[in-house]
Write a protein that binds this ligand. Structure first.
Ligand code: PRX
Length: 661
């Protein structure tokens, strides 16, 4: 063993042996240390050794002093049609550019380069339907299928720069269609299959999509979700859509409008579906996708990501954080319709040449051990999910996971919201058998990839996403931009650009600047989360500072729920807040002022909940609706949701000097 690795292992061993293990600011938590075996075999240890460093902290410090060297090291592991002239261009900040002048295509690195090596016969994707059916795709098959869809799209007139909206359930076609768009240089805008009419129509409208790809339906708990019906209603509200490709999943009868709607399987049977479709060379800064995310006010924002920087960030973070190896079976249990799925189901596993697993249905269908059965049946070695799923499965008890062989697992992951220590311990002990480190990854739709996260060699503290990734510098600051003291609550900020960062908000660059870059301290990216940093430099994310509610890890804006409510004929005004919920993390509670002539009743409450479900989607259905005659507002007319929340929780309402009298 080399001196470098020896020294690193010694450092970890010393930490392990330390009698006075540091305590977190939360009191009782001690560090959880990775085993020597994990440390020894970690990709990050190999990189540390290659760079000639003795300790992880030294490597991190170097990456912060030389971020461009760190990121270009990583970029060189991927293929480029033309090299970059500059790693980072800051001259147009905050519209940063990465890998300036380079040409590539993420699909070239995700598929093409594997399909010409021995990996052509390696499984890229294993999919299991809720009904137990299976489909598998080798890199070769993936290449053929993606090429065929790409050829079809091209012959239907889809061009470089167009935005195709995709509204599909969790089936392989979702991934295939995303990759097909990217291959020919069109951007995709995936709308989560759990969203509904208004959400889909708004997103198609903003993106000015001419083509929608949807399905006849999807399965969830053996019920059919009628995606085509929702899509029909949404298309009726969207003037730009000209064609709609429909994937057959359920086989149920659906309306097919002649001249607009086409079955994918019919198109794939035509000669236009050629398996030979060239991958379009793209500028590193060309748009790869947009993904809408909820913000404080107004409509969701179309977050723009690019081919070059996003590719490098997604690839690097998966490799180091989840330590992907050739023989792994990786399962990111998110939905591809959210950023977690974009980055860690679709793109990064393929960039790494890994085998990914995808499951269509609900975690507890038909029984609460479905997930554990899947882990065992498919020999999953790394599982990445959200605290809400862990809490949901935890309530069924240990007996369910204990019936299954989970011994292939070697790493676990968490994302979406802070993980409560109780869920962390259950996950660690019952699922990971106390030997699988948990990678609690903090990031956002906007950041594109992990930002604050452990690697397998990082000593862990349950509930903390630990420390920033290589090349990433974060701080917790006061409103005026000055750094907070250890353990003091403040605003989380990112102090320098990173490759996978969003480039702008589609059609609204001013909003990009004002939302993320306009606050003190200038030139720092404002995340929108409150957090604290403890005496060991570990970050503890507390939650959103704005009016974003995290329901089961999904991000929803109060503004969206409120606008869905006021679109009902009975509602004059509405306010939505998030209140704590044992499993979902937060649940939506709404306060509604009715129009003249309407009266609050349990029936109307149910009707309004269903209306929000219909317009936005089942995840946005409020748990409770309260009929009120006034809403607390500032003198300038802004609803004070903070007051509603404090009242609902029986807390002190705080400073209400700006309250309208
Ligand atoms: O509040 C943070 C929370 O999720 C927000 C980002 O949401 P979204 O864009 O939907 O992306 C979710 C998946 C990447 C953040 O601002 N969040 C995400 N991960 C964590 C988290 N909060 C605490 N710990 C995390 N690991």
């Amino acid at each position: 063993m080399s001196d470098t690795r020896d020294a690193a292992l010694k450092e970890i061993a010393t930490l392990n042996d330390s009698a006075a293990q540091p305590q977190s600011q939360n009191g009782a938590e001690r560090f959880h240390y990775p085993s020597q075996e994990v440390v020894e075999h970690a990709n990050v240890t190999a990189y540390m050794k290659a760079k000639g460093f003795n300790a992880f902290d030294e490597l991190y410090a170097w990456s912060i002093q030389n971020p461009q060297e760190f990121w270009s090291d990583q970029a060189k592991e991927l293929e480029w049609f033309e090299p970059w002239e500059e790693v980072l261009d800051e001259s147009t900040a905050p519209f940063y550019k990465w890998f300036v002048g380079a040409k590539t295509n993420i699909v070239h690195n995700a598929i093409d380069r594997h399909a010409r090596t021995w990996r052509r016969n390696k499984l890229a994707l294993i999919w299991e339907g809720e009904d137990g059916s299976h489909r598998t795709y080798s890199y070769h098959t993936l290449d053929r299928e993606v090429s065929k869809i790409a050829s079809v799209l091209k012959s239907m007139g889809v061009q470089k720069g167009d935005i195709v909206t995709i509204y599909l359930p969790r089936i392989p076609e979702l991934m295939l269609c995303m990759l097909a768009c990217a291959k020919i240089g069109a951007a995709h805008s995936v709308v989560y299959g759990g969203f509904s009419v208004e959400a889909l129509a708004d997103r198609m409208d903003d993106a000015k999509s001419k083509l929608l790809i949807t399905a006849d339906g999807g399965f969830m708990r053996n019920k059919v979700i009628e995606l085509k019906k929702i899509a029909d209603e949404a298309m009726a509200r969207t003037p730009t859509i000209q064609s709609c490709i429909v994937v057959k999943r359920t086989g149920h009868d659906v309306n097919m409008e002649s001249g607009r709607d086409l079955w994918l399987h019919d198109l794939m049977a035509l000669p236009i579906a050629s398996p030979n479709c060239p991958t379009e060379p793209m500028d590193a800064e060309d748009m790869l996708f947009i993904l809408y995310t909820s913000g404080t006010t107004g409509r969701p924002k179309g977050v723009v990501h690019t081919h070059g920087g996003y590719m490098v960030g997604a690839y690097t973070t998966l490799k180091f954080v989840f330590d992907i190896k050739e023989e792994d079976r990786w399962w990111c249990a998110a939905d591809p319709g959210w950023i977690t799925g974009h980055s860690y189901i679709v793109y990064s596993p393929l960039l790494a040449g890994a085998t990914s697993f995808m499951y269509e249905g609900a975690p507890n269908y038909p029984y609460p051990d479905r997930w554990w059965q899947l882990v065992s049946r498919h020999a999953i070695s790394i599982l990445y999910t959200a605290p809400t799923a862990i809490r949901g499965l935890m309530r069924f008890g240990e007996a369910w996971p204990n019936r299954h062989d989970l011994s292939n697992l070697r790493l676990l992951g968490s994302v979406g919201e802070p993980i409560n220590p109780e869920a962390w311990r259950w996950y660690h002990h019952v699922i990971g058998k106390d030997r699988c480190p948990i990678m609690d990854t903090w990031w956002q739709t906007e950041t594109g990839h992990f930002m604050i996260t452990p690697t397998p060699v990082t000593p862990l503290k349950p509930g903390s996403a630990t420390r920033p990734f290589f090349g990433i510098e974060v701080d917790v600051v006061h409103e005026d931009g000055s750094s907070c003291d250890a353990n003091e609550d403040g605003l989380l900020v990112i102090k320098r650009p990173w490759p996978g960062m969003m480039r702008t908000i589609l059609n609204d660059p001013e909003r990009y600047v004002s939302t993320y870059w306009d606050k003190e301290p200038v030139n720092m990216y404002t995340v929108g989360d409150s957090a604290r940093k403890d005496e060991d430099g570990y970050i503890w994310v507390i939650g959103r500072l704005d009016d974003v509610i995290k329901v089961s890890g999904y991000r929803l804006g109060t503004a969206e729920v409120e606008s869905a409510l006021v679109s009902h004929q009975s509602v004059a005004e509405a306010a939505a807040i998030g209140l704590p919920h044992d499993i979902k993390g937060s649940a939506i509670h709404a306060f509604v002022i009715l129009r003249e002539g309407f009266e609050g009743s349990p029936k109307l409450e149910e009707e309004l909940r269903a209306h929000v479900g219909h317009e936005l989607g089942p995840i946005a259905r409020p748990d409770a609706i309260n009929f009120v005659s006034t809403l607390p507002k500032t003198r300038s007319g802004k609803i004070m949701r903070r007051v509603l929340k404090a009242q609902a929780l029986g807390q002190d309402v705080g400073d209400i000097s700006t309250l309208e009298s």
